[in-house]
Design a protein around this ligand. Structure first.
Ligand code: KG4
Ligand code: ZN
Length: 346
């Protein structure tokens, strides 16, 4: 059994977690997530403020994760830390702290790609959410459709060509005068509404698309956002805002669901794993379940704590790499963007 401390500081959550396990049998002993509320007043994450907030939070957050787990630092076997992609200043706080602690405890440090962490998150709650599966990762910064034949082997099928799905939710929320982050608010407002006179084209989704078409699996949400803007400008009724939210969410979800179903069917997968903050959207999860049940695939979605940024998923991915004998050197650095490790040809 291996005990891993995970650390995540890539955006606006300072998080630490302790887990213990071997292979796909893993027990999560603790998970602490400190969300930086300060960005709300700016309507988006301010990188410099995020770095400073990580600096003040990192020590107590890690200490709390160890205390909650009832594990002393010297009982750890490894420290996993997100080192890409993300805000470099924010990442550096976690990376520097993880390296120092690893050096002090004389244990290895393992750099983890944030999106690989998201791929592992659902497995912490659902024993069957393990490869082979089709993954849809939808967060504020990323939208990726990935075929996962095995851990560590990732076929990137599609990605967004402009805005990420969560970013689209946040921008549309802003257009509708809803608070940041907008996803949960758009979902709440849309839930009570009928799309009424509003209907938006499903972005990048055409009936006659073929698997070889470059846009078969790709996403694009900036056109949808512009369509929402035009609808907001032309709206006259008090209830139009809710109808627009509903029509926007319907269009976005249709695209996500249809492309994920395509990917699963083309690759013969009977498991679909969702991840990232937008996976908190119950309407998306329900629509995905309904669509995938039609061809016999099971859909796994993480709980809100594991869907959004957290250190448990980083520790889980770190454990996988640790078991394969992989270690990072103490010159491990932080990178704003980096390809997912283990990419195989599509
Ligand atoms: O994964 P995450 O916590 O952070 C990033 O790595 O970006 O995702 C945050 C994103 C935000 O854009 C937020 O609006 C969106 O997830 N989100 C949602 C919902 N809850 C969070 N989007 C749609 N519906 C939700 N219920
Ligand atoms: Zn994330």
């Amino acid at each position: 059994m291996t005990r891993v401390l995970g650390i995540e500081t890539s955006c606006d959550e300072t998080s630490a977690a302790v887990l213990e396990g071997a292979g796909d049998t893993v027990a999560q002993h603790s998970l602490v997530i400190l969300s930086q509320d300060v960005h709300r007043v700016f309507g988006g994450v301010v990188p410099e403020i995020a770095s400073r907030a990580h600096l003040t939070a990192i020590v107590p957050v890690v200490e709390r994760a160890l205390a909650d787990a009832g594990i002393a630092g010297r009982e750890l076997d490894a420290i996993a830390v997100t080192n890409a992609p993300g805000l470099v200043g924010a990442l550096l706080v976690g990376v520097s702290y993880a390296k120092s602690l690893a050096f002090a405890l004389d244990v290895p440090v393992i750099g983890v790609h944030h999106m690989e962490g998201h791929l592992f998150a659902t497995a912490l709650e659902h024993a069957a959410a393990v490869p082979p599966f089709t993954a849809l990762l939808v967060s504020g910064g990323h939208t990726m459709l990935v075929d996962v034949p095995a851990w560590g082997r990732y076929r990137l099928l599609g990605r967004t060509r402009d805005d990420a799905a969560g970013e689209a939710f946040d921008k549309v929320a802003k257009l509708l005068g809803l608070p940041y982050p907008g996803g949960p608010h758009v979902e709440r407002v849309a839930a009570g509404a009928d799309a009424g006179p509003f209907r938006f084209a499903r972005p990048m989704l055409r009936r006659n698309q073929q698997p070889d078409d470059p846009d078969y699996y790709d996403f694009s949400f900036s056109g949808l956002k512009t369509a929402v803007l035009n609808a907001v400008k032309s709206s006259t009724l008090d209830t139009d805002g809710a109808s627009i939210a509903r029509a926007f969410q319907d269009a976005l979800i249709d695209t996500l669901v249809e492309k994920t179903a395509r990917a699963a069917q083309e690759h013969g997968r009977d498991r679909v794993v969702l991840g990232g903050g937008v996976a908190c959207n119950k309407t998306l999860v329900r629509a995905m379940r309904e669509r995938c049940e039609r061809f016999g695939a099971q859909v796994f979605a993480p709980s809100a704590r594991l869907a959004t940024d957290n250190a448990a998923m980083i520790a889980r991915a770190g454990l996988y790499h640790f078991e394969r004998g992989e270690r990072s050197a103490l010159d491990l650095n932080a990178y704003a963007s980096q390809p997912l490790p283990g990419l195989v040809a599509a």
